[in-house]
Design a protein around this ligand. Structure first.
Ligand SMILES: Nc1ncnc2c1ncn2[C@@H]1O[C@H](COP(=O)(O)OP(=O)(O)OP(=O)(O)O)[C@@H](O)[C@H]1O
Ligand SMILES: [Mg+2]
Length: 469
Protein backbone atom coordinates (compact mmCIF):
# COMPACT_ATOMS: atom_id res chain seq x y z
CA UNK A 1 0.00 0.00 0.00
CA UNK A 2 1.20 3.53 -0.75
CA UNK A 3 1.68 6.24 1.85
CA UNK A 4 1.22 9.93 1.06
CA UNK A 5 1.60 12.96 3.27
CA UNK A 6 1.04 16.46 1.91
CA UNK A 7 1.55 19.40 4.25
CA UNK A 8 0.49 17.08 7.02
CA UNK A 9 0.78 18.03 10.68
CA UNK A 10 -0.55 16.94 14.04
CA UNK A 11 -0.95 18.74 17.36
CA UNK A 12 -1.92 16.85 20.51
CA UNK A 13 -4.89 18.22 22.40
CA UNK A 14 -2.84 18.96 25.51
CA UNK A 15 -0.08 20.85 23.66
CA UNK A 16 0.28 24.21 21.99
CA UNK A 17 3.22 23.15 19.82
CA UNK A 18 2.76 20.91 16.81
CA UNK A 19 4.27 17.45 17.28
CA UNK A 20 5.01 17.41 13.56
CA UNK A 21 4.26 19.84 10.74
CA UNK A 22 4.63 20.47 7.00
CA UNK A 23 5.34 16.84 6.29
CA UNK A 24 5.54 15.80 2.65
CA UNK A 25 6.26 12.16 2.10
CA UNK A 26 5.65 9.56 -0.61
CA UNK A 27 6.27 5.90 -0.08
CA UNK A 28 5.41 3.50 -2.90
CA UNK A 29 3.83 0.08 -2.40
CA UNK A 30 6.44 -2.49 -1.37
CA UNK A 31 9.04 0.13 -0.48
CA UNK A 32 10.97 -0.09 2.79
CA UNK A 33 11.84 3.12 4.56
CA UNK A 34 13.79 3.76 7.74
CA UNK A 35 12.54 6.82 9.58
CA UNK A 36 15.05 8.64 11.78
CA UNK A 37 15.01 11.97 13.60
CA UNK A 38 15.64 13.47 17.00
CA UNK A 39 13.81 12.24 20.05
CA UNK A 40 10.52 14.14 20.02
CA UNK A 41 10.60 14.88 16.29
CA UNK A 42 7.30 13.09 15.72
CA UNK A 43 8.26 9.63 14.50
CA UNK A 44 5.88 7.74 16.77
CA UNK A 45 3.18 10.31 16.07
CA UNK A 46 3.47 9.69 12.33
CA UNK A 47 3.34 5.90 12.72
CA UNK A 48 0.36 6.10 15.08
CA UNK A 49 -1.45 8.37 12.62
CA UNK A 50 -0.73 5.98 9.73
CA UNK A 51 -2.10 3.14 11.83
CA UNK A 52 -5.32 5.12 12.21
CA UNK A 53 -4.80 5.49 15.95
CA UNK A 54 -4.90 9.30 16.18
CA UNK A 55 -8.52 10.32 15.94
CA UNK A 56 -9.97 13.82 16.37
CA UNK A 57 -10.20 13.23 20.14
CA UNK A 58 -6.37 12.99 20.30
CA UNK A 59 -5.76 16.40 18.74
CA UNK A 60 -5.86 18.47 15.53
CA UNK A 61 -4.53 17.40 12.16
CA UNK A 62 -3.82 19.60 9.16
CA UNK A 63 -2.97 18.77 5.55
CA UNK A 64 -3.46 15.32 4.04
CA UNK A 65 -2.33 11.89 5.15
CA UNK A 66 -3.32 8.85 3.10
CA UNK A 67 -2.75 5.14 3.06
CA UNK A 68 -3.58 3.49 -0.23
CA UNK A 69 -5.49 6.58 -1.34
CA UNK A 70 -7.78 6.74 1.70
CA UNK A 71 -7.72 8.13 5.22
CA UNK A 72 -5.61 5.87 7.48
CA UNK A 73 -8.61 4.91 9.60
CA UNK A 74 -10.33 3.34 6.61
CA UNK A 75 -7.25 1.14 5.98
CA UNK A 76 -6.87 -0.18 9.49
CA UNK A 77 -7.70 -3.75 8.56
CA UNK A 78 -4.67 -3.86 6.26
CA UNK A 79 -2.24 -1.94 8.44
CA UNK A 80 -0.22 -3.45 11.29
CA UNK A 81 1.85 -1.67 13.92
CA UNK A 82 4.46 -3.10 16.31
CA UNK A 83 5.79 -1.12 19.28
CA UNK A 84 9.00 -1.45 21.24
CA UNK A 85 7.81 -3.43 24.24
CA UNK A 86 6.96 -7.03 23.40
CA UNK A 87 5.45 -7.68 26.84
CA UNK A 88 2.92 -4.92 26.43
CA UNK A 89 1.73 -6.43 23.16
CA UNK A 90 1.48 -10.11 23.98
CA UNK A 91 -2.03 -10.78 25.21
CA UNK A 92 -2.45 -14.55 25.25
CA UNK A 93 -0.56 -17.20 27.16
CA UNK A 94 -0.02 -19.54 24.20
CA UNK A 95 1.99 -18.49 21.16
CA UNK A 96 -0.55 -19.56 18.52
CA UNK A 97 -3.46 -17.91 20.31
CA UNK A 98 -1.55 -14.69 20.42
CA UNK A 99 -0.95 -14.69 16.69
CA UNK A 100 -4.60 -15.65 16.07
CA UNK A 101 -5.89 -12.84 18.27
CA UNK A 102 -5.76 -10.16 15.56
CA UNK A 103 -7.40 -12.14 12.76
CA UNK A 104 -10.03 -13.46 15.20
CA UNK A 105 -10.89 -9.93 16.26
CA UNK A 106 -11.00 -8.82 12.65
CA UNK A 107 -13.65 -11.49 12.02
CA UNK A 108 -11.57 -13.74 9.76
CA UNK A 109 -13.37 -17.06 9.11
CA UNK A 110 -12.21 -19.73 11.63
CA UNK A 111 -11.04 -22.16 8.94
CA UNK A 112 -8.70 -19.49 7.56
CA UNK A 113 -7.25 -18.39 10.87
CA UNK A 114 -4.98 -21.32 11.74
CA UNK A 115 -3.38 -21.63 8.32
CA UNK A 116 -2.68 -17.87 8.50
CA UNK A 117 -1.19 -18.30 11.98
CA UNK A 118 1.10 -21.09 10.78
CA UNK A 119 2.19 -19.05 7.78
CA UNK A 120 2.96 -16.04 9.96
CA UNK A 121 4.95 -18.14 12.46
CA UNK A 122 6.93 -19.65 9.59
CA UNK A 123 7.46 -16.23 8.01
CA UNK A 124 9.20 -14.89 11.12
CA UNK A 125 11.11 -18.12 11.68
CA UNK A 126 9.44 -18.86 15.01
CA UNK A 127 11.03 -22.16 15.99
CA UNK A 128 8.34 -23.54 18.33
CA UNK A 129 4.79 -24.69 17.81
CA UNK A 130 1.56 -22.84 18.48
CA UNK A 131 1.30 -24.31 21.98
CA UNK A 132 4.48 -22.74 23.29
CA UNK A 133 3.85 -20.68 26.45
CA UNK A 134 4.52 -17.02 25.66
CA UNK A 135 5.92 -16.38 29.15
CA UNK A 136 8.75 -18.83 28.51
CA UNK A 137 10.14 -16.91 25.53
CA UNK A 138 13.15 -14.59 25.41
CA UNK A 139 12.59 -10.94 24.51
CA UNK A 140 13.67 -11.52 20.91
CA UNK A 141 11.38 -14.52 20.57
CA UNK A 142 8.48 -12.56 22.04
CA UNK A 143 9.00 -9.71 19.64
CA UNK A 144 9.13 -12.21 16.76
CA UNK A 145 5.80 -13.50 17.94
CA UNK A 146 4.35 -9.99 18.08
CA UNK A 147 5.58 -9.55 14.54
CA UNK A 148 3.91 -12.80 13.49
CA UNK A 149 0.68 -11.45 14.99
CA UNK A 150 1.08 -8.32 12.90
CA UNK A 151 1.71 -10.38 9.75
CA UNK A 152 -1.12 -12.86 10.27
CA UNK A 153 -3.63 -10.34 8.91
CA UNK A 154 -1.55 -10.07 5.70
CA UNK A 155 -0.94 -6.31 6.06
CA UNK A 156 -0.21 -4.07 3.11
CA UNK A 157 1.55 -1.62 5.43
CA UNK A 158 3.80 -2.67 8.30
CA UNK A 159 4.76 0.00 10.84
CA UNK A 160 7.53 -0.81 13.32
CA UNK A 161 8.25 1.67 16.13
CA UNK A 162 11.61 0.81 17.72
CA UNK A 163 10.84 -2.92 17.58
CA UNK A 164 14.25 -3.95 18.89
CA UNK A 165 14.66 -1.36 21.64
CA UNK A 166 14.08 -3.77 24.53
CA UNK A 167 16.17 -6.56 23.09
CA UNK A 168 19.70 -7.80 23.53
CA UNK A 169 21.83 -7.78 20.36
CA UNK A 170 20.96 -11.38 19.47
CA UNK A 171 17.26 -10.76 20.00
CA UNK A 172 17.42 -7.62 17.88
CA UNK A 173 19.15 -9.53 15.08
CA UNK A 174 16.43 -12.20 15.27
CA UNK A 175 13.75 -9.59 14.79
CA UNK A 176 15.50 -7.90 11.88
CA UNK A 177 15.98 -11.20 10.10
CA UNK A 178 12.33 -12.04 10.72
CA UNK A 179 11.32 -8.73 9.14
CA UNK A 180 13.60 -9.34 6.16
CA UNK A 181 12.17 -12.78 5.65
CA UNK A 182 8.55 -11.74 6.04
CA UNK A 183 8.88 -8.84 3.61
CA UNK A 184 10.97 -10.63 0.99
CA UNK A 185 8.09 -10.84 -1.49
CA UNK A 186 7.59 -7.06 -1.42
CA UNK A 187 3.85 -7.35 -0.89
CA UNK A 188 3.95 -5.08 2.14
CA UNK A 189 5.28 -1.55 2.54
CA UNK A 190 7.55 -1.02 5.56
CA UNK A 191 8.12 2.05 7.70
CA UNK A 192 10.51 1.36 10.55
CA UNK A 193 11.74 3.69 13.31
CA UNK A 194 14.91 2.74 15.15
CA UNK A 195 17.57 4.86 16.83
CA UNK A 196 20.02 2.07 16.07
CA UNK A 197 19.89 2.79 12.35
CA UNK A 198 22.97 1.04 11.07
CA UNK A 199 21.80 -2.58 11.22
CA UNK A 200 18.61 -1.72 9.30
CA UNK A 201 20.44 -0.12 6.37
CA UNK A 202 20.95 -3.34 4.36
CA UNK A 203 17.23 -4.02 4.69
CA UNK A 204 15.70 -0.71 3.66
CA UNK A 205 15.57 1.12 0.33
CA UNK A 206 16.04 4.59 1.75
CA UNK A 207 16.21 6.69 4.89
CA UNK A 208 14.00 9.66 5.71
CA UNK A 209 14.76 12.02 8.57
CA UNK A 210 12.08 13.99 10.39
CA UNK A 211 13.61 17.40 11.09
CA UNK A 212 13.05 19.36 14.31
CA UNK A 213 11.45 22.30 12.45
CA UNK A 214 8.89 19.89 10.99
CA UNK A 215 9.03 18.32 7.57
CA UNK A 216 11.09 15.45 6.29
CA UNK A 217 14.43 15.18 4.55
CA UNK A 218 15.53 12.37 2.28
CA UNK A 219 19.00 11.21 3.34
CA UNK A 220 21.45 10.51 0.52
CA UNK A 221 22.24 6.97 -0.60
CA UNK A 222 25.16 5.60 1.40
CA UNK A 223 24.18 7.66 4.46
CA UNK A 224 25.65 6.42 7.72
CA UNK A 225 24.76 7.62 11.21
CA UNK A 226 27.20 10.14 12.72
CA UNK A 227 29.62 8.69 15.27
CA UNK A 228 28.59 8.92 18.93
CA UNK A 229 30.03 11.71 21.04
CA UNK A 230 31.93 10.07 23.89
CA UNK A 231 32.65 11.90 27.14
CA UNK A 232 36.21 12.56 28.24
CA UNK A 233 36.93 10.73 31.47
CA UNK A 234 39.56 11.20 34.10
CA UNK A 235 41.06 7.92 35.27
CA UNK A 236 40.07 7.13 38.82
CA UNK A 237 41.09 4.61 41.41
CA UNK A 238 38.69 2.18 43.04
CA UNK A 239 36.80 4.13 45.70
CA UNK A 240 35.21 2.91 48.89
CA UNK A 241 32.64 0.13 48.70
CA UNK A 242 29.16 1.64 49.12
CA UNK A 243 27.01 -1.37 48.48
CA UNK A 244 27.71 -5.07 48.38
CA UNK A 245 25.78 -8.12 47.22
CA UNK A 246 26.90 -11.39 48.75
CA UNK A 247 25.48 -14.49 47.15
CA UNK A 248 22.37 -12.40 46.59
CA UNK A 249 19.78 -14.25 44.55
CA UNK A 250 16.10 -14.02 43.79
CA UNK A 251 13.48 -16.65 43.03
CA UNK A 252 9.88 -15.66 42.33
CA UNK A 253 7.29 -17.29 44.54
CA UNK A 254 5.99 -20.47 42.95
CA UNK A 255 8.80 -20.68 40.43
CA UNK A 256 11.62 -23.21 40.57
CA UNK A 257 14.26 -21.51 38.46
CA UNK A 258 15.86 -18.44 40.05
CA UNK A 259 15.40 -15.10 38.28
CA UNK A 260 18.89 -14.33 39.57
CA UNK A 261 21.28 -17.05 40.79
CA UNK A 262 23.46 -16.18 43.84
CA UNK A 263 25.66 -13.25 42.81
CA UNK A 264 28.53 -11.30 44.38
CA UNK A 265 29.19 -7.67 43.42
CA UNK A 266 30.53 -4.50 44.99
CA UNK A 267 29.47 -0.98 44.06
CA UNK A 268 32.25 1.55 44.70
CA UNK A 269 32.29 5.32 44.98
CA UNK A 270 33.24 7.00 41.70
CA UNK A 271 33.07 3.78 39.72
CA UNK A 272 30.60 2.26 37.34
CA UNK A 273 29.70 -1.37 37.34
CA UNK A 274 28.03 -2.41 34.10
CA UNK A 275 25.75 -5.43 34.15
CA UNK A 276 25.40 -6.99 30.72
CA UNK A 277 24.11 -10.22 29.21
CA UNK A 278 21.18 -11.55 27.19
CA UNK A 279 17.49 -10.94 27.93
CA UNK A 280 16.22 -12.99 30.84
CA UNK A 281 19.46 -13.55 32.76
CA UNK A 282 18.47 -11.49 35.79
CA UNK A 283 20.11 -8.12 35.10
CA UNK A 284 17.07 -6.10 36.09
CA UNK A 285 16.47 -8.36 39.08
CA UNK A 286 20.00 -7.67 40.32
CA UNK A 287 19.38 -3.96 39.79
CA UNK A 288 16.19 -4.13 41.88
CA UNK A 289 18.04 -5.88 44.72
CA UNK A 290 20.92 -3.38 44.70
CA UNK A 291 18.42 -0.52 44.58
CA UNK A 292 16.74 -1.79 47.74
CA UNK A 293 13.44 -2.16 45.94
CA UNK A 294 13.26 -5.89 46.47
CA UNK A 295 14.59 -8.20 49.18
CA UNK A 296 16.85 -11.01 47.99
CA UNK A 297 15.40 -14.49 48.60
CA UNK A 298 18.91 -15.79 49.27
CA UNK A 299 22.12 -14.09 50.39
CA UNK A 300 22.26 -10.41 51.31
CA UNK A 301 22.66 -6.87 50.04
CA UNK A 302 24.39 -4.60 52.53
CA UNK A 303 25.28 -0.92 52.51
CA UNK A 304 28.39 0.54 54.13
CA UNK A 305 29.28 3.63 56.09
CA UNK A 306 29.40 6.45 53.55
CA UNK A 307 25.99 5.45 52.26
CA UNK A 308 24.37 4.65 55.59
CA UNK A 309 25.49 7.88 57.32
CA UNK A 310 22.51 9.56 58.99
CA UNK A 311 20.29 6.49 59.05
CA UNK A 312 18.61 5.63 62.32
CA UNK A 313 19.24 1.96 61.73
CA UNK A 314 22.41 1.78 59.58
CA UNK A 315 22.66 -1.96 60.20
CA UNK A 316 19.55 -2.64 58.14
CA UNK A 317 19.73 -3.59 54.45
CA UNK A 318 18.55 -1.01 51.87
CA UNK A 319 15.21 -2.75 51.23
CA UNK A 320 14.26 -1.99 54.84
CA UNK A 321 15.12 1.71 54.76
CA UNK A 322 12.27 4.20 54.91
CA UNK A 323 11.30 5.45 51.42
CA UNK A 324 12.66 9.03 51.82
CA UNK A 325 15.96 7.66 53.13
CA UNK A 326 16.19 5.33 50.16
CA UNK A 327 15.54 7.99 47.45
CA UNK A 328 18.18 10.32 48.78
CA UNK A 329 20.78 7.54 48.87
CA UNK A 330 19.99 5.35 45.87
CA UNK A 331 18.58 6.88 42.68
CA UNK A 332 16.93 4.46 40.27
CA UNK A 333 15.74 4.24 36.70
CA UNK A 334 13.76 1.20 35.68
CA UNK A 335 12.54 -0.37 32.51
CA UNK A 336 9.13 1.25 32.31
CA UNK A 337 9.56 4.90 33.29
CA UNK A 338 5.86 5.58 32.83
CA UNK A 339 5.18 3.33 35.83
CA UNK A 340 7.36 5.56 37.98
CA UNK A 341 5.88 9.01 37.30
CA UNK A 342 4.00 10.42 40.25
CA UNK A 343 2.97 13.95 39.28
CA UNK A 344 1.18 15.65 36.40
CA UNK A 345 3.96 18.06 35.43
CA UNK A 346 7.51 17.45 34.26
CA UNK A 347 8.94 20.17 36.52
CA UNK A 348 7.06 18.87 39.58
CA UNK A 349 8.23 15.36 38.83
CA UNK A 350 11.82 16.54 39.06
CA UNK A 351 11.36 18.70 42.12
CA UNK A 352 9.52 15.97 44.02
CA UNK A 353 12.57 14.00 45.18
CA UNK A 354 14.55 17.03 46.39
CA UNK A 355 11.45 18.38 48.18
CA UNK A 356 10.77 15.06 49.88
CA UNK A 357 14.35 14.84 51.06
CA UNK A 358 14.39 18.28 52.62
CA UNK A 359 15.58 20.73 49.92
CA UNK A 360 13.88 24.10 49.99
CA UNK A 361 11.40 24.97 47.27
CA UNK A 362 13.70 27.29 45.35
CA UNK A 363 16.67 24.94 45.54
CA UNK A 364 14.51 22.02 44.36
CA UNK A 365 13.22 24.00 41.37
CA UNK A 366 16.63 25.36 40.52
CA UNK A 367 17.99 21.83 40.39
CA UNK A 368 14.98 20.72 38.34
CA UNK A 369 15.43 23.53 35.79
CA UNK A 370 19.14 22.85 35.45
CA UNK A 371 18.49 19.17 34.65
CA UNK A 372 15.66 20.03 32.23
CA UNK A 373 17.97 22.36 30.36
CA UNK A 374 20.78 19.80 30.14
CA UNK A 375 18.50 17.09 28.85
CA UNK A 376 16.63 19.16 26.27
CA UNK A 377 13.36 19.05 28.18
CA UNK A 378 13.07 22.72 29.18
CA UNK A 379 10.29 23.41 26.65
CA UNK A 380 8.32 20.56 28.20
CA UNK A 381 8.55 21.70 31.83
CA UNK A 382 4.78 22.19 32.07
CA UNK A 383 3.84 19.06 30.11
CA UNK A 384 2.37 15.95 31.65
CA UNK A 385 5.13 13.29 31.97
CA UNK A 386 2.78 10.65 30.58
CA UNK A 387 2.45 12.54 27.29
CA UNK A 388 6.18 12.69 26.55
CA UNK A 389 7.72 10.74 23.70
CA UNK A 390 9.55 7.51 24.55
CA UNK A 391 13.00 9.09 24.56
CA UNK A 392 11.81 12.15 26.50
CA UNK A 393 10.28 9.94 29.19
CA UNK A 394 13.53 8.07 29.57
CA UNK A 395 15.53 11.29 29.94
CA UNK A 396 13.07 12.56 32.52
CA UNK A 397 13.41 9.39 34.55
CA UNK A 398 17.21 9.68 34.53
CA UNK A 399 16.95 13.32 35.59
CA UNK A 400 14.60 12.31 38.41
CA UNK A 401 17.12 9.77 39.66
CA UNK A 402 19.90 12.40 39.68
CA UNK A 403 17.81 15.15 41.24
CA UNK A 404 18.35 14.09 44.86
CA UNK A 405 22.14 13.72 44.37
CA UNK A 406 22.15 10.17 45.73
CA UNK A 407 25.36 8.32 46.60
CA UNK A 408 24.46 5.40 44.35
CA UNK A 409 22.68 5.32 40.99
CA UNK A 410 21.08 2.15 39.70
CA UNK A 411 20.17 2.68 36.05
CA UNK A 412 18.42 0.11 33.90
CA UNK A 413 18.91 1.07 30.23
CA UNK A 414 19.35 4.81 30.83
CA UNK A 415 20.14 5.56 27.16
CA UNK A 416 17.15 3.73 25.80
CA UNK A 417 15.40 5.47 22.89
CA UNK A 418 17.89 8.33 22.48
CA UNK A 419 19.10 9.97 19.31
CA UNK A 420 22.82 10.73 18.86
CA UNK A 421 22.65 14.17 20.49
CA UNK A 422 20.55 13.27 23.50
CA UNK A 423 22.66 10.14 23.92
CA UNK A 424 25.81 12.24 24.07
CA UNK A 425 24.33 14.66 26.60
CA UNK A 426 23.01 11.87 28.79
CA UNK A 427 26.32 10.00 28.80
CA UNK A 428 28.22 13.20 29.59
CA UNK A 429 25.87 13.83 32.50
CA UNK A 430 26.41 10.31 33.80
CA UNK A 431 30.19 10.65 33.46
CA UNK A 432 29.96 13.73 35.72
CA UNK A 433 28.21 11.63 38.34
CA UNK A 434 31.27 9.41 38.56
CA UNK A 435 33.52 12.41 39.00
CA UNK A 436 31.29 13.52 41.84
CA UNK A 437 32.07 10.16 43.43
CA UNK A 438 28.72 8.50 42.99
CA UNK A 439 28.75 4.76 42.56
CA UNK A 440 26.86 3.59 39.50
CA UNK A 441 25.26 0.35 38.45
CA UNK A 442 24.50 0.39 34.76
CA UNK A 443 22.35 -2.32 33.21
CA UNK A 444 22.47 -2.06 29.44
CA UNK A 445 22.47 -3.76 26.06
CA UNK A 446 23.95 -0.58 24.63
CA UNK A 447 27.60 -1.55 24.10
CA UNK A 448 28.54 2.08 23.44
CA UNK A 449 27.35 3.32 26.83
CA UNK A 450 29.04 0.41 28.57
CA UNK A 451 32.25 1.20 26.69
CA UNK A 452 31.98 4.87 27.56
CA UNK A 453 31.29 4.54 31.28
CA UNK A 454 32.04 1.13 32.76
CA UNK A 455 35.01 0.50 35.02
CA UNK A 456 33.92 -3.04 35.82
CA UNK A 457 31.65 -5.37 33.87
CA UNK A 458 29.55 -8.20 35.23
CA UNK A 459 28.37 -10.32 32.32
CA UNK A 460 25.42 -12.48 33.34
CA UNK A 461 24.94 -15.64 31.32
CA UNK A 462 21.94 -17.99 31.23
CA UNK A 463 21.99 -20.70 33.91
CA UNK A 464 20.17 -23.17 31.70
CA UNK A 465 21.48 -23.79 28.18
CA UNK A 466 19.88 -21.35 25.74
CA UNK A 467 17.19 -22.76 23.49
CA UNK A 468 18.30 -22.84 19.87
CA UNK A 469 16.90 -20.06 17.67
N1 LIG B 1 0.04 11.70 23.90
C1 LIG B 1 0.68 12.86 23.74
N2 LIG B 1 0.16 13.99 24.21
C2 LIG B 1 0.78 15.17 24.07
N3 LIG B 1 1.98 15.31 23.46
C3 LIG B 1 2.56 14.22 22.97
C4 LIG B 1 1.97 12.93 23.09
N4 LIG B 1 2.79 12.02 22.53
C5 LIG B 1 3.85 12.70 22.07
N5 LIG B 1 3.73 14.03 22.32
C6 LIG B 1 4.68 15.11 21.96
O1 LIG B 1 4.76 15.18 20.55
C7 LIG B 1 6.11 15.36 20.12
C8 LIG B 1 6.48 14.20 19.19
O2 LIG B 1 6.46 12.99 19.94
P1 LIG B 1 6.72 11.56 19.32
O3 LIG B 1 6.42 10.56 20.35
O4 LIG B 1 6.01 11.45 18.02
O5 LIG B 1 8.31 11.67 19.05
P2 LIG B 1 9.37 10.58 18.59
O6 LIG B 1 10.08 11.14 17.41
O7 LIG B 1 8.74 9.26 18.45
O8 LIG B 1 10.37 10.61 19.84
P3 LIG B 1 11.25 9.43 20.50
O9 LIG B 1 12.39 9.20 19.58
O10 LIG B 1 11.70 10.06 21.79
O11 LIG B 1 10.36 8.25 20.69
C9 LIG B 1 6.96 15.42 21.38
O12 LIG B 1 7.21 16.77 21.71
C10 LIG B 1 6.08 14.78 22.44
O13 LIG B 1 6.36 15.34 23.71
MG1 LIG C 1 8.89 7.40 19.57
Amino acid sequence: MAVRAAGWGFRYGSRRAWALRDLDLRVEPGERVLLTGASGSGKSTLLAALAGLLGPDAGDAEGRLEVDGGVPRSRRARTAIVFQDPDAQLVMTRAGDDVAFGPENAGVAPERIWPAVDRALAAVGFPYGRDRATAALSGGQKQRLVLAGALAGDPGLLLLDEPTAQLDPDGAALVRSAVARALADRRATLLVVDHDAEPWLPLVDRVVELTPDGGARELPAGWRPAPLRLPGRRPHLPGQVLLRAEQAGFTHRGSRAPALPPTDVAVRAGRTLAVTGPNGTGKSTLALLLAGLRAPTSGAVTATAPLTAGLRRPDRPPHRWPAEELVRRIGTVFQHPEHQFLTGRVRDELALGPLRTGSGDSEAHRRADELLERLGLAALAEANPFTLSGGQQRRLSVATALATRPGVLVLDEPTFGQDRDTWGELVALLAEQQEEDRGMVLVSHDAAVVGALADDVLDLRPVVPAVPA
